[in-house]
Design a binder for this molecule. Structure first.
Ligand code: NAG
Ligand code: NAG
Ligand code: NAG
Ligand code: NAG
Ligand code: NAG
Ligand code: NAG
Ligand code: NAG
Ligand code: NAG
Length: 333
C-alpha cells in the first residue's frame, strides 16, 4: 500500500465526490486497523499469555523494619565520632553576583577539622576557620561554640555553580555534598524587538525582570547608550515596581523623531533587554504581511503520514503477538 499525498489521491480533474470517496476509504482503512489492533490485544488477554504479566506484589512484608544501622556516632573504643546535623538545605540557589552561604552543621566535632572542598577542581577552600584559597570571595564563617560551619561565597560567578563538599577530617573522612546553583535573572521588554509609533503619541515600554531570587537594586533605562531615568524635563517617566517579578515602565509623552533609537532596560544583577523604537513622521508603513506557510496540502500530507504510522504500528504489534502465539503453539508438549 502506498499513500503519497493528497495531490495524488485527488487530482484537479477528479470530481469532489470521487475525492470524498478516496478519503472515506482511507478513513475506513484506519478505523479497521485501529479496531483490529484492539481486537488483537483482547485476544492476547483471553489466551492468558500476556507478555506483560507480572506476579502481584506481596504486601504482607510491608511492615518489615528496615535493616538496623550500627550506631556510627561512637567507635568501638567509645570515642565520640562527629556526625552531621540537620543539613536539609543542601541545594542552594543564588542570583549571579550575590552572596551564597553553604551551612554545614556538625555535632561532636571534637578535635577534628571541617573543610570545604570545591568538587570541580578538588580545591580546598577553607580549613577550620581559615580561608585557604587565595580567591578573596570565599570565606569560612564559624562562631566558636556553635555547630555551624559556613562557606560564604561573595560576588558569585556563573562558574561557581557546582558541588561543594563539607568534609570532616575523620579516618575515613565524612563528607556531605552541597549543590550551588547560580541563576541569571533576565530582563524582557514585552513590546518586543521593534516598536513603530507615530510622532506625538506616547511611547510605553514595559520591562519585566523574572527569575529574581531578590529584586534588583535599580533598573536603568538607556536610550542609544545614555541613561535616561532622570530626564523628567523631557517628558520621560520611569516607574519601577520591585518584587518577585520586577516591572519597570518607561513612558515618553509626545514622541519626537529624536526619540527613535535603541532603548535598553538594564537591571542590576540581570541581563538587560533592548528594543528599537521608530518614531514615524507620516503614515505607519503597511504592516508586514505574514504569509501562511502551512497550506492545506501539507497539513493533509502530515495527517496521512501520522495515520499511516499508526496503522503500521498497529499491524506490527499484531504480527508480533501472532508470532509469539504461533511460537507457543508449535512447542512440542
Ligand atoms: C531541619 O531543619 C529544617 C529547617 O532548616 C526544619 O524545617 C526541620 O524541621 C529540621 N528537622 C529536624 C529533624 O530537626
Ligand atoms: C535544586 O534547586 C534548583 C533550583 O531551585 C532546581 O532546579 C533543582 O531541581 C534542585 N535540585 C535538586 C536535586 O533538588
Ligand atoms: C550558620 O551560620 C551562618 C553564618 O554565620 C548563618 O548565616 C546561619 O544563619 C547559621 N545557621 C544556623 C542554622 O545557625
Ligand atoms: C560528592 O560529589 C562528588 C562529585 O560528583 C562525588 O564524587 C562524591 O562521591 C560525592 N560525595 C558524596 C558524599 O555524595
Ligand atoms: C532562570 O534562570 C535559569 C538559569 O539562568 C534559566 O535556565 C531559566 O530559564 C530561568 N527561568 C526563567 C523563568 O527565566
Ligand atoms: C501608552 O499609555 C497611555 C496611557 O498610559 C496611553 O494613553 C497610550 O495610548 C499608550 N501608548 C501606546 C503606544 O500604547
Ligand atoms: C541599535 O542596535 C542595533 C543592534 O541591535 C544596531 O545595529 C544599531 O546601529 C543601533 N542603533 C543605534 C541608533 O544605536
Ligand atoms: C538586543 O537584544 C537581543 C536579544 O533580544 C540581543 O541579541 C542583542 O545583542 C541586543 N542588542 C544590543 C545592542 O544590546
Amino acid at each position: 500500500m502506498l499513500y503519497v499525498s493528497k495531490r495524488m489521491l485527488c487530482r484537479p480533474q477528479d470530481s469532489e465526490r470521487m475525492c470524498a470517496n478516496t478519503f472515506l476509504i482511507l478513513d475506513l482503512v484506519i478505523v479497521c486497523s485501529v479496531f483490529g489492533h484492539i481486537v488483537c490485544r483482547q485476544a492476547d488477554n483471553n489466551t492468558g499469555i500476556s507478555p506483560s504479566y507480572r506476579p502481584e506484589r506481596n504486601f504482607d512484608n510491608v511492615k518489615e523494619e528496615p535493616p538496623s544501622r550500627p550506631n556510627s556516632h561512637f567507635t568501638s573504643d567509645g570515642y565520640n565520632q562527629p556526625y552531621f546535623g540537620n543539613n536539609t538545605e543542601r541545594n542552594v540557589t543564588v542570583q549571579l553576583g550575590k552572596t551564597a552561604y553553604l551551612n554545614c552543621k556538625i555535632n561532636q566535632l571534637g578535635d577534628r577539622t571541617v573543610s570545604w572542598v570545591r568538587q570541580r577542581d578538588l580545591h580546598i577552600l577553607t580549613v577550620g576557620s581559615y580561608t585557604y584559597t587565595s580567591d578573596q570571595r570565599f570565606k569560612s564563617l564559624h562562631l566558636e561554640g556553635t555547630t555551624n560551619w559556613t562557606l560564604k561565597i561573595q560576588y558569585t560567578q556563573k562558574q561557581d555553580a557546582g558541588i561543594y563538599e563539607c568534609q570532616i577530617s575523620t579516618e575515613p573522612k565524612l563528607s556531605l555534598n552541597y549543590t550551588l546553583n547560580v541563576v541569571v535573572a533576565k530582563a524582557v521588554i514585552i513590546e518586543g524587538e521593534k516598536l513603530y509609533i507615530q510622532s506625538g503619541s506616547t511611547i510605553n515600554l514595559t520591562c519585566v525582570i523574572n527569575n529574581n531570587t531578590s529584586p534588583p537594586i535599580f533598573v536603568f533605562w538607556y536610550h542609544n547608550g545614555k541613561m535616561i531615568n532622570y530626564e523628567t524635563t523631557k517628558g520621560i517617566e520611569v516607574v519601577t515596581d520591585k518584587g518577585p517579578t520586577t516591572v519597570s515602565k518607561l513612558r515618553i509623552e509626545n514622541a519626537k523623531l529624536s526619540n527613535s533609537g535603541n532603548y535598553s532596560c538594564s537591571p542590576s544583577y540581570a541581563y538587560s533587554a533592548n528594543i528599537t523604537v521608530h518614531v514615524l513622521d507620516g503614515d505607519k508603513p503597511a504592516a508586514m504581511h505574514h504569509g501562511r506557510h502551512t497550506s492545506q496540502g501539507t497539513v493533509i500530507t502530515y495527517n496521512i503520514v501520522l495515520l499511516l504510522t499508526t496503522w503500521i504500528l498497529a499491524h506490527t504489534l499484531c504480527l508480533e503477538t501472532n508470532f509469539e502465539r504461533s511460537g507457543t503453539w508449535n512447542q512440542p508438549s
